[in-house]
Write a protein that binds this ligand. Structure first.
Ligand code: GRG
Length: 295
């Protein structure tokens, strides 16, 4: 196992323990809602956002206990978005992470409440744990996650996405949609991890640039992987989104150009870290992983 793989595995298993501890226990009232929350968050997921938060926190000299609270808040928002995204009123998916989606395993009303409660829990965590010695900075962290997940972030990106079904978007519009929908939370994960430690504003700006690039690269790669899966398993024409005819980087650019775009974004992400030394190694490795991943 490479040094990076051991780093990833160690943090993933540590983070699973953190989530198990922070989520309400399933035997506490309301048991069904709590069980559904745990079902939707635990055992599954690559934990890319928490890994980015850990890596940024390490770079900023933060304590791991602080970073993982911030990372958990981000991951709970991510999990809520997946639960809602899978519902019949949105993507209407029956499988997520290899198991029935929350509304299939439980019911729609429960899935709606799971998303709501996970979102509230995320902000509860950010406000009840001390994440910075500077109270004003901690308040700024709460705002950062609120903006990243709201109408000028993930929820806004989802709204643009839903409105784009069956339409032809231009590249800048598609990019803006993904900067909101996927990129905002990835950037927030990195910045929140960094805010748990100490960096100068110029360094935070560099990290934000890195986050913007890896956030977009993550989505481009996701589109390429989806298109390959469609072609392989469904015999569909490469480039057609299997779900609902939504525009993607692949439908717009073709697979080769989408791959090139991911490679360029990868290069830009590494360039944004040029001012950091060896301490940014994990962030560089995570950029490599995001672009080269196969799942
Ligand atoms: C419902 C407000 C609201 C927002 C939904 C993020 C999102 C917005 C929907 C997810 C749809 C989707 C498949 C987007 C593509 C990129 C993405 C976020 C994939 C899932 O993230 P991963 O790969 O998932 O990190 P895991 O399971 O590894 O956590």
């Amino acid at each position: 196992m490479s040094d990076f793989s051991s780093w990833v595995s160690a943090r993933q298993s540590r983070f699973e323990e953190v989530l198990m501890r922070l989520l309400p226990q399933a035997d506490v009232l309301p048991q069904r809602l709590h069980a559904a929350m745990r079902y939707s968050v635990l055992e599954g997921g690559k934990r890319v956002r928490p890994l980015l938060a850990y890596a940024a926190g390490e770079l900023a000299g933060a304590t791991v206990e602080r970073v993982e609270i911030a990372a958990a808040a981000v991951e709970l928002i991510h999990a809520y978005s997946l639960v809602h995204d899978d519902m019949p009123c949105m993507d209407d998916d029956v499988l997520r992470r290899g198991k029935p989606t929350c509304h299939v395993e439980y019911d729609e009303a429960t899935a709606l409440l799971v998303g709501d409660a996970l979102q509230s829990l995320a902000f509860q965590l950010l406000s009840e744990h001390r994440l910075s010695d500077d109270a004003a900075k901690q308040l700024q962290m709460v705002k950062l996650l609120a903006v990243a997940s709201g109408s000028r972030g993930m929820a806004g990106g989802q709204a643009i996405d839903l409105a784009s079904v069956g339409k032809q978007l231009a590249l800048p519009e598609l990019e803006q949609m993904h900067i909101y929908k996927t990129g905002a939370l990835i950037r927030a994960a990195i910045l929140l991890g960094a805010h748990c430690g100490t960096l100068h504003q110029a360094q935070l700006d560099q990290l934000d640039r890195y986050g913007k690039c890896v956030g977009l690269a993550f989505q481009v790669v996701d589109d390429v992987l989806d298109s390959e899966a469609d072609t392989a398993t469904l015999g569909k024409t490469a480039g057609k989104d299997a779900d609902n005819d939504k525009p993607t980087y692949v439908t717009l650019l073709g697979v080769q150009a989408a791959r090139k775009m991911a490679a360029d974004l990868h290069g830009d992400a590494l360039e944004a870290l040029a001012g950091f030394g060896a301490e940014a190694r994990r962030l560089r490795e995570l950029a490599d992983f995001i672009v080269m991943r196969k799942f």
